[in-house]
Design a protein around this ligand. Sequence first.
Ligand code: NAD
Length: 277
Amino acid sequence: MRFEHVLVVGAGQMGGGIAQVVAASGRRVSLHDAAPGTVERGLETMRKSLTRLAEKGGPDPDEVLGRVEPADDLVPADLMIEAVVEDARIKEDVFQRADGLLPGEAILASNTSSIPITSLAAVTSRPDRVIGMHFFNPVPVLTLVEVIRGLETSDETAAAITELARDLGKTPAEARDFPGFVSNRILMPFINEAVYALMEGVAEAEAIDTIAKLGFAHPMGPLALADLIGLDTCVAIMEVLHEGLGDPKYAPCPLLRQYVQAGRLGRKSGRGFYDYP
Ligand SMILES: NC(=O)c1ccc[n+]([C@@H]2O[C@H](COP(=O)([O-])OP(=O)(O)OC[C@H]3O[C@@H](n4cnc5c(N)ncnc54)[C@H](O)[C@@H]3O)[C@@H](O)[C@H]2O)c1
């Protein structure tokens, strides 16, 4: 399946990046977000990213952006990639509506970090055509796509999405539908522990991040990474791990929750563990 027309739902950090790489591969993209002005902001971010990439030999930004159409609501397409907030109820509603609107043969994919693909599939009439297609942030730069098969996902669907990931220049890796899949089952407890170290006064934020960067050769420290991901998203993923695996070690650190309560969501709100003026 070539997926000539892709509907991307959610135009935040991830949805914008996904729309960009899909459009850069020559496909038509419809981009929808429920919050007014978000698609326009997403298009501006894409233009900046594409302009930087064009300087290094990337495609013409106007040509790529010419393939992205803002959509006021869900529209029929060959494939939906959902990238709305990490909230099971909201995602289920999107999947249910998409199932009623997209042609029967279309595939419905989610970029969820942790919500079970099987439960998103269960609200549709096509569980064999529902799959996890988990991109990494920033999408135009990081090359991994974690492909997650729900209980009923067919081999054809998994093969089509794996092939699409390769065609987007990404490297797919398959994971089973367990809470947090592979990436966030490993990453989130690491971030959460770093927040505990901060809360308990073991070290300042800069020292925690320096130790991880230089000691483990990570490109960025866990607190800076949490700011990039979004602290609200981190709490939501820890809650899925906690509930799904039933082990108290996955409970979100109280300081992480408190920052979210204060509206300190990381880069996207201008302030998290660090300030982003
Ligand atoms: N941030 C990351 O590093 C990262 C990495 C991989 C996967 N993800 C996953 O990607 C998804 C989106 O994360 P994000 O970081 O882009 O969040 P974000 O907060 O930047 O964007 C989410 C967008 O969803 C929109 N939205 C909410 N409800 C909607 C609805 N019913 N219909 C249409 N749009 C709706 C919001 O207006 C917002 O613009 C989440 O599932 C998250 O777990 C995030």
